[in-house]
Design a protein around this ligand. Sequence first.
Ligand code: 4AD
Ligand code: MG
Length: 463
Amino acid sequence: MGTRRIADILKNGQPDESLTIQGWVRTKRELKGFTFVEVNDGSSLANLQVVLNSDLPNYEEVLKQINTGTSIEIEGILVASQGKGQRIELKASSVTVYGEADPETYPLQKKRHSFEFLRTIAHLRARTNTIGAVVRVRNACAMAIHKFFQDRGFLWIHSPIITASDCEGAGELFTVTSLDLKNVLKTDKGEVDYTQDFFGKPAYLTVSGQLQAEVMAMAFQNVYTFGPTFRAENSNTSRHLAEFWMVEPEMAFCDIEGDRNLAEEFLKYIFKYVLDTCPEDIEFFNKWVDKTVLKTADNIINNEFERITYTEAVALLEKADKKFEFPVEWGVDLQSEHERYLAEELFKKPVIVTHYPKKIKAFYMRLNDDDKTVAAMDVLVPKVGEIIGGSQREERLDVLEKRIQELNLDAEALWWYLDLRRYGTVPHAGFGLGFERVIQFMTGMGNIRDVIPFPRTPLNADF
Ligand code: 4AD
Ligand code: MG
């Protein structure tokens, strides 16, 4: 007779089994002579129903202590449930209360709380149905990502969190410093004297592990990173975080075509894996959060993604009988409203857009023969917009050097990156998947702050 997890009991438990559970009380319902207690231990969306009979020695005492939020251990025997809604329930023979939760002050009471409110109690919201389901889906999706790549022989590499380079060149960097901010040393020119800083030069939290992934792909062929990335973009949207997790595969001997195929195969795989692993959680989202969740998953898994070029995308947007807040013309970056129009309204499925103008993309993307566009690839999906950004990389030393010059980047600082083109260069490609965006897409959750346990956004680093 050991301690068992509730998910396991609900699935495999048989009448007459003796066992112990530990968890937190969700609700209590007192009837004449006995009380029903719903207990949750985080292993599943569903609670285990426990029956406390009034002949328990400490019945009156524990009944007072048992409220929503109370932590509890129950020993008992499984019985077939008489009531509707559950196959099996636990008849308690002994109850231990670990910690009470005062019903006057415990913020999570038995009612629907808004996601906005739950964000203000991020230390408790993991005990709710929705956030509990999000955390389980995140876990399953992380496993799916590792399994997808490991099964295909990709090595998981650990790119640094602290870096001196701005991979995306968008200047959205958080500085890492050990300088005394009350007394910053300045150079003769009046600039911060970074030679006195910890690394002897400016250092930042990484915005992407791609440059280091490229290094590793030049030794191991196929690699991926999966870790936290940071962007100091001051955008208060439902799709941006200052700290988010990114998955970045990088493949040597691969072009944009191979990249695009991998992205599609990858998304299909992780959707299917999560559906198979967390069916109850996904059904919960489909029922309570967004009624299109299951349909969306089916659409991803079973339909081919649309493939268009940026130039085609712009033509379609110009033709659209829809007024956009940001007007479109060839050369402008696509805004979220444009991305969503294409994926959500026009094609009603994921769209892979390639051949973006070089002017709106990062320095490392491979220049196409037209000298105007690069071998970039974005995957756009309904509701979320851009979920994947990737490209074939510029593997030609002279072309890359010219790009770096054009963009006024510091070629000296990128000496090691250029070396990869000097010694044994090969065509290579990769992409970055925003982990929280894919969780949003899978669960239908409207705000990215509710698919990461502890969101970091402008003016918010609590918990
Ligand atoms: O398109 P991005 O900026 O691409 C890169 O960083 C490349 N280095 C990736 C690569 O080729 N290895 O970012 C990739 C993805 C986006 O498509 C989006 O899903 C997500 O990262 N993302 C964010 N997610 C949440 N909050 C933010 N502020 C994000 N910025 C990007
Ligand atoms: Mg992008």
